[in-house]
Design a protein around this ligand. Structure first.
Ligand SMILES: [Cu+2]
Length: 151
């Protein structure tokens, strides 16, 4: 591949690649936050976390500029219906990834005051010591629906 072609490929890649944030072996892609329904102060944030390292890592703590508290939740079946449950950490397997997505793991945001802006800052802390801040767009329910079901 000649240099010009390589640059063109790189340029196209930069155009289409979604933004990713990383530190060390950990990177975060596609973060987004569901717009809190009117009159409520609770919502959730989602993303994909990748681990290029040879050792598993764990997401331990989260924080959001938008809410009084942020905690890590999982979703499981409980007495026949889906229920959210607080988890101590979310494992990111070695050489793999974990998705925080509707119906699964998520970052629970509680104590949101007022309307959320177009985007918020999420802070993530990992067992490896990596700390990553990401900018997550706030999506309306209809945009969130598309995001969850892209087909
Ligand atoms: Cu939750």
């Amino acid at each position: 591949m000649n240099v010009r072609k390589a640059l063109l490929v790189l340029f196209v890649f930069l155009l289409v690649a979604p933004p990713a944030w990383s530190e060390g072996k950990i990177s975060v892609k596609d973060p987004w936050v569901r717009q809190n329904p009117p009159g409520t102060s609770v919502t959730a944030a989602y993303m994909v976390i990748e681990n290029r390292g040879g050792a598993a890592d764990e997401l331990l703590e989260a924080d959001c500029s938008c809410s009084a508290s942020a905690s890590l939740h999982g979703t499981e079946m409980w007495e026949g219906s889906m229920a959210m449950k607080k988890v101590a950490s979310i494992e990111v397997p070695a050489g793999g990834s974990v998705a925080l997505s509707p119906g699964g793991y998520h970052m629970m945001l509680e104590g949101i005051s007022g309307d959320m802006k177009e985007s918020v800052i999420l802070e993530l802390k990992f067992r490896s010591g990596a700390r990553i801040s990401v900018k997550a767009p706030v999506l309306s329910p209809s945009a969130a629906q598309k995001r969850s079901h892209p087909h």
